[in-house]
Write a protein that binds this ligand. Structure first.
Ligand code: ADP
Ligand code: MG
Length: 226
């Protein structure tokens, strides 16, 4: 296996429902993602993009076929392997999923708490990434005190603070204005530049296509263009 392989799937299939309601939503998905790459996943609503992302992010169980992330085969992960792997995956959801009772900075630090790193280092890193995303004046605000775009940027900061090797993003800029999406695009570019990590991102924003090394188009659970 190439060391630069970050994620790969082989004939991955996924179904929802059981017995007579059982419906196939991913049909033999095979693809690879290498370090240094930004790959965009597009396709109409219902084509299976979010399902694929959540399987790769270990948030949904692999049913059929094979998938391997950072050298870990998803089919039979121990709890220890799963937690090691999850610490190296940054997931940005369509909705921000922030803790309402915590400040922006505390929300970002929650991701950092996974590591046995001294608290003040995590705090410093959290502040740095929030500043980077233009939130220097919102560090101690709670989600309810932030705009939709600001909340999404906090969620992005939280996903990126540990510098994960694999970043999975589901329409990360849908709630952002032009300037804020521009910042996210720049940050993503910088993150892959070191050649150590890869980004797989669902987006319908054609401006983002210029950022991508490849665009994968999905329709009805299948990849049409590779
Ligand atoms: P996309 O992100 O491309 O819009 P999804 O992965 O969300 O597609 O959905 C793919 C298909 O699976 C759709 O037909 C959707 O209705 C169905 N689906 C998604 N999540 C579930 C679920 N939790 N239970 C049952 N069906 C689902
Ligand atoms: Mg979706």
């Amino acid at each position: 296996m190439s060391t630069s392989l970050v994620a790969s799937t082989h004939q991955l299939r996924h179904y929802y429902g059981q017995e007579e309601t059982k419906k196939i939503v991913l049909k033999d998905i095979s693809f690879s993602l290498h370090a240094g790459e930004i790959v965009i996943l597009t396709g109409p609503s219902g084509s299976g993009k979010s399902t694929l992302l959540t399987i790769l992010g270990c948030l949904r169980t692999l049913q059929e076929g094979a998938a391997s992330i950072l050298g870990f085969p998803l089919a039979d992960l121990s709890l220890t392997e799963l937690s090691k792997l999850r610490a190296q995956i940054g997931f940005i959801f369509q909705s921000h999923n922030l803790f309402p009772s915590l400040t922006a900075c505390q929300n970002v630090q929650m991701a950092g708490e996974l590591f046995p790193t001294p608290n003040r280092i995590i705090q410093k890193k959290s502040i740095q990434i929030l500043e980077r995303l233009g939130l220097e004046h919102r560090i101690n605000h709670k989600p309810a005190e932030l705009s939709g775009g600001q909340r999404q940027r906090v969620a992005i900061a939280r996903a990126l603070v540990n510098k994960p090797r694999l970043i999975l993003a589901d329409e990360p800029t849908a709630a952002l204005d032009r300037a804020a999406s521009g910042e996210v695009v720049k940050l993503f570019r910088q993150l892959v530049q070191s050649g150590e990590r890869a980004i797989l991102m669902v987006t319908h924003d054609e401006k983002m296509y210029a950022l991508a090394d490849r665009v994968i188009h999905m329709e009805e659970g299948e990849i049409l263009v590779r």
